[in-house]
Design a protein around this ligand. Structure first.
Ligand SMILES: [Zn+2]
Length: 260
């Protein structure tokens, strides 16, 4: 399966660091599959949909920076996107769902519960139900699932695409593994913000990335279960050390490969 790495939104907070929303567009035999959805075009037109925290992050309003724009740029249509697999439902990952209302959505049962039955005040700020109000078919995966690789377990939601629970950033966060034509791509979502946390290398030069303290500060501020941060980075480090696996993370643009 061919995997395209695209940018579906930029945040430009006044305090903190600018960051991208890195999304995968997978050419799957069942149609296009998105891994994460970034911001939707409706969010960019009307940032009040994102609530008070979302407005502070000041997403770039340019609609050419969305998953939909990326799909159209590949010469495909919104209807070609049949599935969206989410690492989690934070507003900078689930916003694009409103551009693909007919797509089947895949998430962990725990994340769906956190987002829809949230009673914890900070969770009410990070999840915006308006973003998935038009998604009729949401499939939720309960428990740890089947053995995958490197001691991880998960749910194969489509042939070659596995949702691997890795809680911490949110209660039901997962990473998503895609069997691509050039090896396995693991989208780590927000399990790490700074890709140097798991020993990532610059895809152009092969050099190890330097520490990005501003991204780490943002990670700590947004993390629901901070005690899981370091163990999760260790898991990603194990995956990244496997020559068959490429690990990317949502917000560190240094791991974005050149346009594909
Ligand atoms: Zn995020």
């Amino acid at each position: 399966m061919r995997v395209h790495h695209v940018v579906a939104g930029h945040v430009r907070p006044r305090v903190g660091v600018a960051a991208v929303c890195h999304v995968l567009v997978v050419e799957h035999p069942e149609g296009l599959v998105l891994v994460d959805a970034g911001f939707g075009t409706a969010d960019l037109v009307d940032p009040t949909r994102l609530g008070p925290v979302g407005r502070l992050l000041r997403p770039d309003p340019d609609p050419s920076t969305s998953a939909l724009a990326a799909v159209l740029a590949l010469g495909r249509s919104a209807e070609d996107v049949r599935h969206v697999v989410l690492t989690h439902l934070d507003f900078d990952h689930a916003g694009g769902l409103s551009d693909f209302p007919h797509a089947v959505v895949h998430t962990t049962a725990e994340e769906w519960a956190a987002a829809t039955v949230a009673t914890h005040a900070p969770e009410r700020l990070r999840y915006r139900p308006i973003q998935w109000a038009t998604s009729d078919d949401v499939r939720r995966y309960d428990g740890e699932g089947d053995e995958w690789r490197h001691g991880l377990r998960g749910h194969e939601v489509l042939p070659g695409i596995t949702l691997l629970p890795l809680r911490g950033h949110t209660r039901g966060h997962a990473v998503v593994a895609v069997e691509g034509e050039d090896g396995v791509v693991v989208h780590a979502g927000d399990a790490a913000f700074d890709a140097s946390s798991y020993g990532a290398r610059d895809p152009r030069t092969g050099e190890p990335l330097g520490k990005a303290p501003a991204l780490r500060a943002m990670e700590l501020a947004a993390c629901r279960q901070p005690w899981r941060l370091r163990p999760n980075h260790q898991v990603l480090r194990r995956l990244a050390a496997d020559p068959e696996i490429t690990v990317v993370t949502a917000h560190d643009d240094r791991v974005l490969p050149a346009a594909t």
